[in-house]
Write a protein that binds this ligand. Sequence first.
Ligand SMILES: Nc1ncnc2c1ncn2[C@@H]1O[C@H](COP(=O)(O)OP(=O)(O)O)[C@@H](O)[C@H]1O
Ligand SMILES: [Mg+2]
Length: 303
Amino acid sequence: MVTSEKSPKPSTKSAEFSPGEHPSTPESVERSPDEHRSPPESTELSPGEHRSTPENAELSPGEHRSPLIQLKKVTFAYPGREPVLQDLDLAFYAGQRIGLVAPNGSGKTTLFHIIMGLLKPDRGRLTLFGQERRRERDFVEVRRRIGLLFQDADDQLFSPTVIEDVAFGPLNLGQSRTEARTTAEKALADLGLADFADRVTHQLSGGEKRLVSLATVLAMAPEVLLLDEPTNGLDTDTRQRIVEILNRLDISFILISHNLDFLSQLTEEVYTLTAGRILTDQPMAAHQHTHVHAHGTVPHEHR
Ligand SMILES: Nc1ncnc2c1ncn2[C@@H]1O[C@H](COP(=O)(O)OP(=O)(O)O)[C@@H](O)[C@H]1O
Ligand SMILES: [Mg+2]
């Protein structure tokens, strides 16, 4: 079944702020202290359950050794079409930073939308943060803990002004208006967008919208980021700023990009999606590039 492709954010908006409302305060955008980023032992994206057994009970909060995101034999087709994802397996662990490179139309965006519950698999199982997720209400928590940067910024932004868009998530999380405004200002400042607060969203350039979208996601302080072609429309300096920001954060992410240089600066491994499945048997280590590739989007290795 196909559900709305729209942003998970409802389209009501009401985050008006009066100027000068700034509280003197709380750093609510700080990332959670990190248990997440630590284990380099789990850098493979294995389809397997070998680390996900319930016997992980000896790890107190339990959750850290089991995958944060697990898909088992997930199949999905848009109505009247051949399946885009076919028996797809994925196990993504806390601390991982992986890249996903595959040609246009191979189902990368669809995969992210399935994880967020925006599309429902026709078959297969989705387990997120240790719980199977099926119904709409199962995804409320998921959307709080996983931040999706939409491929198209217009799916992400819907408020009249930038500050309202960025404060929307924190308000939804229960912050007061002043707290939400502070959180939003900090998220904007972190991205070098301090001056953007009162800009009119629909007047922004594509690249500016992209950055503001990232601010809306980071303002929610998610545990995991799903980044769908985040550098589209961005100049080199801005791209570099994103690399620095992401590398500074203790956060796990899956990053879809066609830019291998960008991927190599941020991810440990890069996978591809072929015939509806993620190929996990031959992870390719992301490597430093200083040149342009003639190989298009096909991942490859230099020897
Ligand atoms: N809403 C939709 N309805 C029908 N087909 C769709 C829809 N969205 C995407 N598709 C098709 O599904 C395939 C996978 O799309 P997508 O997940 O966006 O791929 P990618 O992100 O890898 O470019 C493509 O063939 C695309 O045309
Ligand atoms: Mg896409």
